[in-house]
Design a protein around this ligand. Structure first.
Ligand SMILES: [Fe+2]
Length: 268
């Protein structure tokens, strides 16, 4: 099933793309357009549908939050079709310049990203009527970057938010870096969080604070058990949070509560 949903919040246009081989899409992906700037490019499996929608829009720049295929997936095609530059952090540029392995579930859920030549992010991205500030927020991935629009209090947060009560981590996510990145953005003044998967159009900052509290409590509980001699497996069995078996199964363990427990343990 394919779903394309569009909505507008003030001067932000959202394009929400869902794809699944059967049943309702598990996790849809939002691209955002503001003042001629397209933020993220959706999953490769929705390429034709996105291009069709973008033909009805006006934009002259594309910026990426990170290299994961549901964000970078159509950058190469958009560059070709609309003759626009694609901007991103140096790490995102490097990731998009050489081919990398993706797991079977990533093929199945999103599809493979085509490589693309990108331009480095300026310190400030200028639209016609506004400025966006890129802020490096590693943790979900090393190259993760959010974009901040100060005057309206908008944060285009890529995958930094995702939810206030996180149920699983990818194997390559860094727990402490995510906490530092959230602390960093909490120093900013914003209310609307344009998350790529679960937008929080009001009280977004409060939701980030809730996520931070949740991550700190979880980490405290896990480390308490770890210091008592519990290993990761027995911690997973003991804590009240439960493994989402279907996610662990589909991703062959790339996304799991076990990874979240492991990532939250302070080894020294
Ligand atoms: Fe991601």
């Amino acid at each position: 099933m394919k779903t394309v949903e569009e909505f507008k919040v003030e001067n932000v246009e959202a394009i929400n793309l869902g794809f699944s081989y059967f049943g309702k899409p598990y996790m849809s992906v939002h691209c955002y357009l503001i003042d001629g700037i397209l933020i993220d490019t959706g999953q490769p499996l929705m390429r034709k549908d996105l291009i069709k929608v973008l033909r009805t829009k006006k934009f002259n720049k594309v910026i990426l939050t990170h290299f994961h295929e549901d964000h970078s997936g159509n950058a190469a095609e958009i560059k070709k079709e609309f003759n626009t530059n694609i901007y991103g952090s140096h790490l995102t540029m490097n990731n998009m310049a050489k081919s990398y392995k993706i797991l079977p579930y990533q093929h199945f859920m999103w599809g493979r990203t085509e490589l693309v030549d990108m331009e480095p992010l300026p310190e400030i991205i200028e639209g016609e009527n506004l400025l966006l500030k890129p802020i490096s927020t590693p943790g979900h991935s090393k190259d993760h970057t959010v974009y901040y629009e100060k005057n309206r209090g908008f944060l285009f947060s890529g995958d930094l938010f995702l939810g206030d009560k996180i149920k699983y981590f990818r194997r390559d996510e860094n727990y402490n870096e995510i906490i530092s990145s959230i602390n960093k953005i909490l120093r900013l003044d914003f209310d609307s969080v344009f998350c790529a998967h679960r937008p929080q159009l009001k009280k977004g900052k409060l939701m980030f604070k809730r996520k931070l509290d949740f991550l700190l409590n979880f980490k405290g509980e896990v480390n308490n058990l770890y210091q008592k001699g519990y290993d990761e497996k027995s911690i997973v069995k003991t804590i009240s949070n439960k493994e989402v078996t279907i996610v662990k199964w589909i991703t062959f363990g790339d996304a799991s509560l076990f990874n979240m427990v492991r990532a939250s343990i302070d080894l020294n």
